[in-house]
Design a protein around this ligand. Structure first.
Ligand SMILES: [Zn+2]
Length: 296
């Protein structure tokens, strides 16, 4: 782990989740905290070795790999936690992530591991979009909903920490159906992001770039392709699991882990929901079975 400076007092720690570090007089505001206690401990050690203490944490959204380090850091540094509404509810009650993956029911053990179930963290302040002062520094909270219902980014010194708005080519090629919870919002967020011209963008899972256009286009194209492919499958009415099975097979995926099945299932619901809200598909509720079909 290293601290990579992108301006005089803004840096990030590269890793499985890039951690933003905004420094003000030896005190840091983190953007996300990684997966678990281990990431929290490493972040603290790296900063303390440089004479920097952790004062605040901004969580961009409530996926476990973005706030799993909170518990350790809050206990050991007394950091103040900031998160947007909705996301803050899950950060304080992380069981809600596997609960929604398991359709609202008490989750089975396959969905109770640290990748989807982090330790709870307090949220001291709920963030709203716009300028706010944290740890003596004015920053802008940028709404980036879609990947997660109320995801936000953090803009400081013309550097935008843009969370999971964009995934890399490698991730898209590997997973084919990247996690999205609200496809309509995600598409709007990507289009808006493309029109911004910030000095640097720091996505959570790929390296920073001063030109986000290519990545945004690739991510938008992925959304449009999945929408078109799902719609094509619905020439004949199909249940959600039939759509999932046929879509994944057509993408060469072989879902052999229960958690992966449910993550894609939730994402597919977001695609079906988007097509339904746009009146491209309709619901056929017959014989106690719910099927989706291309709108007539
Ligand atoms: Zn995420």
């Amino acid at each position: 782990m290293e601290l990579e400076y992108v301006s005089e007092d803004v840096a990030y720690i590269p890793g499985a989740v890039n951690i933003g570090v905004i420094i003000d007089e030896g005190r840091a505001t983190l953007v996300d905290t990684g997966l678990d206690r281990d990431s929290g401990r490493k972040i603290r050690k790296l900063l303390e070795e440089r004479g920097i203490e952790v004062a605040a944490i901004i969580n961009t959204h409530s996926h476990a790999d973005h706030f799993g380090g909170n518990d350790y850091l809050v206990r050991n540094t007394g950091a103040t936690v900031y998160a947007p509404s909705v996301e803050s509810g899950i950060i304080q009650n992380p069981i809600l992530e596997p609960v929604y993956l398991f359709h609202g029911a008490a989750p089975i053990k396959n969905l109770r591991n640290k990748f989807v179930l982090a330790k709870p963290s307090p949220v001291h302040h709920v963030l709203t979009p716009g300028e706010t002062t944290i740890n003596g520094r004015t920053i802008e909270i940028v709404p980036l909903p879609g990947h997660s219902l109320n995801q936000v980014g953090v803009l400081v010194d013309d550097v935008l920490f843009c969370a999971d708005t964009v995934f890399s080519e490698r991730v898209i090629d590997k997973y084919r159906v990247p996690v999205v919870q609200d496809v309509g919002s995600h598409r709007d967020t990507l289009k808006a992001l493309k029109e911004t011209g910030h000095g640097l963008y720091v996505p959570s899972h790929t390296k920073p770039t001063d030109d986000i256009t290519g990545l945004v286009e690739r991510n938008l194209e992925t959304v449009e392709t999945i929408l078109a492919d799902v719609l094509r499958l619905l020439d004949e009415p199909k249940s959600t699991s039939e759509v999932q099975s046929e879509l994944c097979s057509s993408y060469g995926l072989d879902l052999d882990v229960v958690q992966q099945y449910y993550l894609i299932h939730t994402t597919l619901m977001a695609y079906l929901g988007c097509l339904y809200e746009e009146n491209s598909v309709e619901i056929r509720l017959e014989g106690n079975s719910l099927r989706w079909a291309k709108a007539r």
